[in-house]
Ligand binder design. Structure first.
Ligand code: ADP
Ligand code: MG
Ligand code: MG
Length: 211
């Protein structure tokens, strides 16, 4: 694929909602080990609200879609993940602009802008054991694959592989941001919940582009 359409981007969000719903217990379990056991419910509540908003008020442009998604997450999710995912999607919207499709470099740039939003909000760096540790390597893999194959589907598959590796690599880390950081060394040995949900975001993207 050379481009991703507004319908496919909506499909991405829908699939992400479905994946966090399927894995709500897993996300809750990860957050009960090193947090407050609400990451599963935060993500399902947020994404249910997002899908509700999309169904209630259809959009015609990519920026409109993602600004709505971001605002909905910021307002419907109380935890750290609401503003972080919210800012991620808001910045994707701003980067994309009033278009109805994105080409591969446009999608790469939008995702990169989203990562910038997460960093602006949360100040996470590599190895802090957060969603950053999935987002950053996934986007690096997306960009690197795009240079070689110039295909969005292939780049999304590469991003998902890197996301899974990034998620698993959070287990041995000491948390330095968010609630898990209160545990210090006791956070070692557990996958970060936000890293796990962000991996589902890339699973969703790879899956809808393969259809
Ligand atoms: P809360 O911690 O408020 O209960 P959640 O449980 O929904 O919120 O989300 C926790 C996740 O948020 C963590 O697993 C981590 O990935 C992510 N997170 C927390 N703080 C930061 C931060 N400063 N930067 C990036 N990600 C963060
Ligand atoms: Mg939590
Ligand atoms: Mg909480």
């Amino acid at each position: 694929n050379d481009t991703i359409s507004l319908d496919q981007l909506t499909g991405w969000l829908t699939r992400f909602r479905d994946l966090v719903t399927e894995q709500v217990s897993y996300l809750t379990e990860l957050d009960s080990a090193i947090g407050d056991a609400d990451h599963g419910s935060n993500m399902t509540r947020g994404m249910d609200a997002v899908l509700g908003k999309i169904q209630a008020s259809p959009v015609v442009a990519v920026d409109e879609l993602f600004k709505g998604v971001g605002m909905t997450l910021v307002t419907s999710v109380g935890g750290a993940s609401g503003p972080l995912y919210g800012t991620f999607f808001l910045r994707i919207g701003t980067s994309a602009g009033p278009v109805s499709t994105l080409d591969a470099p446009g999608l790469a740039a939008a995702l990169r802008a989203g990562l910038g939003g997460v960093v602006a909000r949360g100040k996470a760096e590599a190895g802090d054991k957060t969603m950053f540790d999935v987002l950053a390597p996934a986007l690096d893999a997306f960009d690197a694959d795009l240079v070689v194959f110039s295909d969005i589907s292939s780049a999304a598959r590469a991003a998902y592989s890197a996301a899974q590796a990034g998620r698993d690599a959070t287990a041995p880390l000491i948390a330095r941001k968010g609630r898990a950081s209160y545990l210090g060394e006791r956070s070692i040995g557990h996958i970060d919940p936000g890293a796990a949900s962000t991996s589902l975001l890339f699973q969703a993207l790879a899956e809808i582009l393969d259809k």
